[in-house]
Design a protein around this ligand. Structure first.
Ligand code: SF4
Length: 400
């Protein structure tokens, strides 16, 4: 099993901990993170694939995989067979530091792979309706206040970001907001300005779509590097069942229209449509990948994780053999549609399998795919050089 195959297997099956494992001493703490996706151990597989592996969810107790420590190194075993070494990134030192207002930095932002994720706003309104109309897989309402601070000041955000930049060499900050009655983009705009004015970092944004496309023109001018829209399910009826608030208040059409409008405002590959694989038939996920690719939008495909405490905690996690064809298709389709992949330096996402990571799942590559890969590598060389120089220069100016 190579790293790409192993990443999918581990995301689907989770891992058991051998008695030799010492997470407190050797790993990042397991934090529930925003977006309702991740709650596991952060690791790096050979080839630099970041992964967040489920541990405490009930399905992980039946996993054939186990994490074992031998002579100060960590390995993934399947039954008795050693499959791969895995590096556990240590606990970031800044997690235990406090901001000038006295808040723990780990409650302001969380490392997800190699970037900093921040949920800077109030709780998503779908959690506050009576009865709640939140997405059934989501854990955001269980996180804020318990493991994340709701009140985050500008200074909290900036100090935490600078600490992550200095210690963890982050290049990217990702802001995420739930639904805030249509005000989420205005609120996030402020934080984007804060980070863009004070750091050289790339900034990504994930929020509900707006019908006022002029705001996306403004965000582009302010330096937003990446936009993502979580439509979650491509099938309209499934969207109604799984995400009642989102489906009723925003609707599938608004998602698709805004994604299309933003794909014209931003360049190819700078907009993502996020979908969850495992909560609708695989053909629907593949249909979404094709739909987005035609407009230059890359699909971010999250493997469904039945998180503890959510309404879907007792659903089975998806089977790896159902997920692999989806990611093979994602890799091929994205390149065939000339969507740039992996351009920004040092962005490894642990909670999802990236489109470019699907490369390791393709056994036989035809001429067309090889040509597309060469074209992507050529563009990537120049774009990532540009970002590296920009960030390096910015860090020198800040004295970091
Ligand atoms: S929109 Fe859905 S997934 Fe996003 S925070 Fe709200 S309930 Fe969670």
């Amino acid at each position: 099993m190579n790293s790409a195959q192993l990443k999918i297997h581990l995301l689907c099956r989770g891992i058991q901990l051998d008695s030799s494992v010492d997470l407190d001493a050797d790993a990042r703490p397991i934090l529930r993170t925003r977006g309702g996706l991740a709650s596991g151990i952060e690791g790096i597989l050979p080839g630099g694939l970041s992964i967040n592996i489920p541990v405490y969810e009930s399905f992980a107790a039946d996993s054939p995989f186990s994490l074992v420590k031998k002579e100060e190194k960590y390995y993934v075993f399947r039954d008795e067979e050693e499959l791969s070494e895995i590096v556990l990134p240590p606990n970031p030192k800044f997690y235990s530091k406090k901001t000038s207002s006295g808040k723990l930095m780990s409650r302001i932002g969380v490392m997800q792979g190699t970037y900093l994720g921040i949920y800077p706003t109030d709780i998503c309104e779908f959690w506050k309706t009576d009865p709640p109309s939140n997405c059934r897989f989501c854990s955001v309402g269980l996180n804020l206040g318990s493991t994340e601070d709701i009140d985050k000041t500008d200074a909290d955000l900036l100090e935490t970001t600078l600490a992550a930049m200095q210690e963890e060499k982050i290049t990217f900050v990702h802001f995420n907001a739930g639904y805030l009655g249509g005000k989420e983009l205005e609120i996030l705009e402020h934080y984007i300005e804060l980070i863009k004015k004070n750091t050289p970092l790339m900034v990504g944004l994930q929020a509900a779509p707006s019908a006022d496309y002029s705001i996306y023109e403004r965000l582009k001018k302010k330096g937003v590097d990446h936009l993502s829209f979580c439509i979650e399910l491509f099938d309209e009826e499934r969207l109604k069942e799984v995400c009642p608030g989102k489906s009723r208040t925003i609707g599938r059409k608004q998602y698709l229209d805004t994604i299309e409008a933003c794909s014209k405002i931003f360049m190819r590959g700078r907009v993502s449509g996020e979908i969850i694989a495992g909560l609708e038939p695989a053909e629907k996920t593949i249909e979404a990948i094709d739909y987005f690719a035609k407009m230059g939008v890359v699909s971010t495909v999250c493997i469904f994780r039945p998180l503890i405490g959510t309404q879907y905690e007792n659903l089975p996690s998806p089977k790896p053999e159902d997920m692999i064809p989806i990611f093979q298709h994602l890799y091929r389709t994205t390149l065939y549609n000339r969507i740039p992949l992996g351009m920004a330096p040092n962005i490894k996402v642990s909670i999802v399998m990236l489109a470019e990571e699907g490369r390791g799942l393709i056994e036989k590559k035809g001429f067309r795919l090889r040509l597309c890969e060469m074209r992507n590598s050529f563009i990537k060389f120049f774009i990532s050089l540009y970002f590296k120089i920009r960030i390096r220069y910015g860090k020198i100016r800040l004295g970091l």
